[in-house]
Design a protein around this ligand. Structure first.
Ligand SMILES: Cc1cc2nc3c(=O)[nH]c(=O)nc-3n(C[C@H](O)[C@H](O)[C@H](O)COP(=O)(O)O)c2cc1C
Length: 216
């Protein structure tokens, strides 16, 4: 078993190790509006939902190589709102384009040919192609070194009608989200399996049954 001490690794080695260990990571395509009014869209795979009621999502945003904060961070600090679009296979190339380090103020949404629809808060659109979108408000920025962890509360969720099940859950069979692995690799077409959660009573019954003498 390889044991690695993070303090002995440099920045790039840590990135490669951690992003290839903790997989697959969902991709948030984050739309924000700048103080001057311009739209901005960028993907983040340091992303997940952390709790419900309060409904909190987290984004990990690193500074650019030149030390300047990314537009997404600048805009969230200024405006407080952001919309997360979840990414399916059909959108992946366009999402990759949104991840190019364009000059500040570039509208990646338009460049990538993605569609802005329906406003959230101060006319902040969601992405029409995203099967699910989350309208979020900044709760807290946790700043460490050259990274900011943005905690946001989810205020609104949009779901493609075809994916919404009667029991309030999402039809994963049709969702087709892609997720990020390490390096240039992504995961798609997940194999799913179902395993009911084991309750204490189930475990006690199973243990009891295992101890019983086998009858002839
Ligand atoms: C699939 C994908 C996932 C990414 N995940 C992150 C991430 O979690 N954190 C980060 O800081 N940058 C991430 N990036 C890079 C940013 O998207 C990129 O720096 C982008 O240009 C930032 O744009 P902005 O300045 O408009 O915010 C990712 C890029 C791609 C293509």
């Amino acid at each position: 078993m390889a044991e690695l001490r993070l303090s002995e690794l440099d920045k790039v080695e840590r990135l490669h190790l951690l992003t290839s260990c903790v997989v697959p990571r969902p991709i948030a395509l984050v739309t924000t509006r700048g103080a001057a009014g311009g739209l901005n869209t960028a993907p983040f795979s340091f992303f997940n939902v952390l709790s419900y009621q309060p409904d909190i999502v987290a984004l990990g945003i690193g500074d650019r190589a030149n030390g300047r904060p990314k537009d997404t961070l600048v805009n969230i600090r200024a405006g407080g709102s952001f919309v997360v679009g979840l990414v399916n296979e059909a959108m992946l190339q366009q999402v990759n384009l949104c991840g190019v380090d364009f000059t500040e103020g570039e509208d990646e949404l338009a460049l990538a040919g993605l569609t802005a629809v329906e406003g959230f808060q101060d006319d902040l659109p969601r992405i029409g192609e995203a099967p699910v979108s989350l309208g979020c408000e900044l709760l807290q920025e946790v700043r460490h070194g050259s990274h900011s962890i943005i905690l946001g509360t989810v205020e609104r969720v949009w779901v493609d009608d075809a994916l919404m099940r009667d029991d309030g859950r999402i039809d994963h069979g049709q969702l087709n989200l892609v997720a990020r692995l390490g390096g240039t690799f992504y995961a798609k077409n997940w194999d799913r399996m179902s395993m009911p959660r084991m309750m204490l009573a189930d475990w006690q019954r199973a243990t009891l049954a295992a101890d019983l003498p086998i009858e002839d």
